[in-house]
Design a protein around this ligand. Structure first.
Ligand SMILES: N[C@@H](CCC(=O)N[C@@H](CS)C(=O)NCC(=O)O)C(=O)O
Length: 202
């Protein structure tokens, strides 16, 4: 299978951590949808990465669907629980990670616009609130536990890893460590996992 993506994308990192944790072999093709001649729009009409292209030619997007496919089509370790209620809970963590990453992507892209064409202060404040509230809920729900959900590593942990990692990469001025010491300790612990270390944003 082939994964189209770029090293900076938080959603691509999510998928890569899943592939690495599950030791699924894949070809990583660094390609952005908007690059001239990119093959991404052939596989994902939305032109977004990540997109996973299976050996039989099927293309799978977006990242929540890709991780559903990867976890369902392969064996242990399972990263999404089979039990309905637990599954919903893990997917809620994923939505939280995606939402924090969405707001971080939006703000960091907006910063690249010339100052006089940037959105209003109120818009920036709304995005910042999404990030702050998202992190507060992550910190509260994690508490002092080892993992975000249950007693083993899951997609819930991956969600926090890619959201915080992307925040450090794209909006380093958000000083979340001082406000959430438990998240800081969690991030430090998770950074030692091979799959997390091998996929750090660049
Ligand atoms: N919800 C999607 C988001 C994917 C996404 O927004 N990817 C960005 C890169 S970080 C992209 O390809 N943007 C190009 C575009 O929006 O045209 C997912 O989880 O896969």
């Amino acid at each position: 299978m082939r994964l189209f993506g770029t090293p900076a994308s938080p959603y691509v990192r999510k998928v890569r951590i899943v592939l690495e944790e599950k030791r699924i072999p894949y070809e990583y093709i660094i390609e952005r949808g908007s690059a001239p001649g990119s093959r991404v729009p052939q596989f994902n009409p939305l032109g977004k990465i990540p997109v996973l292209v299976l050996d039989d030619g099927r293309a799978i997007y977006d990242s929540p669907v890709i991780v559903e496919y990867l976890d369902g089509a392969s064996g242990e370790p399972k990263l999404i629980p089979a039990d309905f209620d637990q599954r919903v809970e893990v997917r809620r963590w994923e939505a939280l990670g995606d939402g924090v990453a969405d707001a971080t992507v939006a703000v960091s892209h907006e910063y690249r616009e010339p100052k006089d064409r940037q959105r209003s202060a109120a818009w920036f404040e709304r995005q910042r609130q999404k990030i702050d509230r998202g992190l507060s809920v992550m910190a509260k729900d994690l508490g002092e536990r080892e993992f975000c959900h249950g007693s083993r590593f899951s997609l819930a942990d991956i969600a926090v890893v890619f959201a915080l990692g992307y925040l450090d990469y794209a909006l380093a001025e958000v000083e979340w460590r001082g406000a959430h010491l438990n998240l800081a300790r969690f991030a430090e612990r998770m950074a030692k996992r091979d799959a997390c270390a091998r996929t750090v944003q660049s």
